[in-house]
Design a protein around this ligand. Structure first.
Ligand code: ZN
Length: 182
């Protein structure tokens, strides 16, 4: 789970469009445009690029480890918090259960654990983001205003989540109090 302080801190913000396109298209090509988790493809577009991050919760550094292809359904599960704020959690839970061979309770427990982890990480605002993998692997050059853009995106995403959760108040009360604590 990406801590709230780092929402928007992604390759799309930090790199020139041509670098990001090169990296994401390479991920699609490596998987034959199939999902790395379930092997499937989406109905409207086959796959989406998912950035894999490792977390150092002590030093609060999020480090990019790679980019892979996921079908839209698996991508929705990966971005669990966003999926919940958009009210798509029922379908995503069902898909999580099916792909992992779990029952509904097991999937729901996994979702709750993820939210707990997100909550713990989001208590801190001093997270740093390390994208050196993209620079090393693809000779990508970070753009000058990347950090400014990432911060703008962060504010936008936080606002969107607050609005959505506000609109859906009562349906997702268990995350209502989590968002906007910064
Ligand atoms: Zn999939």
């Amino acid at each position: 789970m990406v801590p709230q302080a780092l929402w928007g801190f992604n390759l799309r913000a930090f790199l020139a469009p041509e670098d990001w396109n090169r990296i994401r298209k390479d991920a699609y090509a490596r998987s034959g445009s199939r999902c790395r988790v379930c092997g499937g493809r989406g109905p409207q577009w086959p796959v989406e690029a998912d950035e894999g991050w490792a977390y150092d919760d002590e030093r609060r550094i999020q480090t990019l480890k790679g980019v892979i292809s996921l079908c839209p359904d698996c991508h929705g599960v990966r971005h669990w918090g966003k999926t919940m704020t958009e009210g798509r959690q029922d379908a995503a839970l069902a898909w999580m259960a099916e792909v992992n061979g779990w029952n509904h309770t097991e999937a729901a427990r996994c979702g709750e654990q993820a939210m707990k982890q997100w909550h713990t990480r989001s208590r801190h605002t001093d997270w740093q983001c390390d994208i050196s993998w993209a620079i090393r692997t693809y000779s990508a050059v970070p753009i000058r205003d990347g950090e400014t853009l990432a911060r703008e995106l962060n504010r936008k995403f936080v606002r969107q989540a607050q609005t959505r959760v506000g609109v859906r108040a009562g349906h997702v009360t268990h995350i209502e109090h989590l968002i906007g604590e910064r």
